[in-house]
Ligand binder design. Structure first.
Ligand code: GLN
Length: 287
């Protein structure tokens, strides 16, 4: 008798559990839906799962599903295997060249949207999740996204096109290719200190781009560059807004104050951990 979706998922679940995966049943099902979509050559929605679990699997499905489960058992993130991750109001394409958009980063988007801006710069934009979400909410605003990784920029460009926002993209080492001023500068830079790297989950440490995670130093290198360059690239009263690791609030706030930014504020994510720091360039005296 041919194998059902349920049997296939149960086997996959066991394999993922043995590999130390936290939520093996959920991952096995998400990947099953992804394999089904490929095998049937059409998107299979989540609500169709029950029906597909009860049915015999289509010919060829096992050959598509098996390498996905093998990749997950090797701790590749589900989003890299499916190539997608939901963030704010859109689905973003992700690859091994980009940091996976994370829910806590939505706080940065939420806080950025509390004020008007006509222009926004995202430094180290990765998938473009922050910049593209902001531009989708503020279609009149002009946007620029830069990254040191040309491969990441390609992913961001593709996401902007699919989601339907326009922006300028450039390879840049922080501000090196940026000559204009912006009302809002955002960044989720690499902030994990070198000595914290061994503690990361294998999904992050072994699969996400190292340059998006760590400065190979104390975790503050990027903030030094961002704070030093921000005043020259912000319009009067413009804001610099960055994501941080939970222990970095005071250090990053101090870097912003030292750079001459005012109203420096640290905000907590839904888990109550310090997650976003922002500061404002003083309004010019003549204004
Ligand atoms: N938030 C990510 C993590 O802890 C790190 C992202 C970053 O360094 N910007 O996995």
């Amino acid at each position: 008798m041919s194998v059902t979706g349920r049997q296939l998922c149960a086997e996959a679940e066991e394999r993922l559990r043995a590999a130390g995966i936290d939520a093996p049943a959920g991952d096995a099902q998400v990947l099953f839906l992804h394999a089904l979509s490929q095998s049937l050559d059409r998107p299979v929605p989540r609500h169709a799962l029950r029906e597909h679990l009860a049915a015999a699997v289509p010919t060829g499905l096992e050959a598509i599903y098996e390498p996905m489960i093998a990749a997950r058992a090797a701790r590749q993130p589900v989003s890299q295997i499916t190539g997608r991750r939901a963030f704010w109001k859109h689905d973003f394409r992700v690859t091994p060249d980009t940091l996976d958009p994370r829910p806590e980063t939505e706080l940065l988007v939420e806080l950025a949207l509390t004020e008007h801006f006509d222009s926004v710069l995202d430094l180290g934009l990765g998938t473009g999740a922050i910049l593209i979400s902001l531009l989708a909410e503020r279609p009149q605003a002009r946007g620029m996204g830069v990254d040191l990784s040309a491969a990441a920029l390609d992913v961001a460009r593709g996401n902007a096109q699919i989601i339907g926002v326009k922006a300028e993209f450039a390879v840049s080492d922080w501000f090196s290719s940026v000559s204009r001023k912006f009302d809002l500068i955002v960044s989720n830079p690499p902030y994990i200190a070198l000595n914290e790297m061994p503690k990361l989950a294998p999904e992050v440490r072994d699969w996400e781009p190292r340059m998006a995670l760590t400065d190979d130093g104390d975790g503050l290198t990027a903030y030094r560059a961002l704070c030093a360059g921000a005043p020259a690239h912000l319009t009067p009263s413009g804001r610099l807004m960055v994501e941080i690791g939970p222990s970095q609030g005071e250090a990053v706030a101090e870097l912003m104050r030292a750079a001459g930014l005012v109203e420096v504020t640290v905000r907590q994510d839904l888990d109550g951990r310090d997650r976003v720091v922002w500061g404002r360039k003083p309004a010019s005296r003549s204004a």
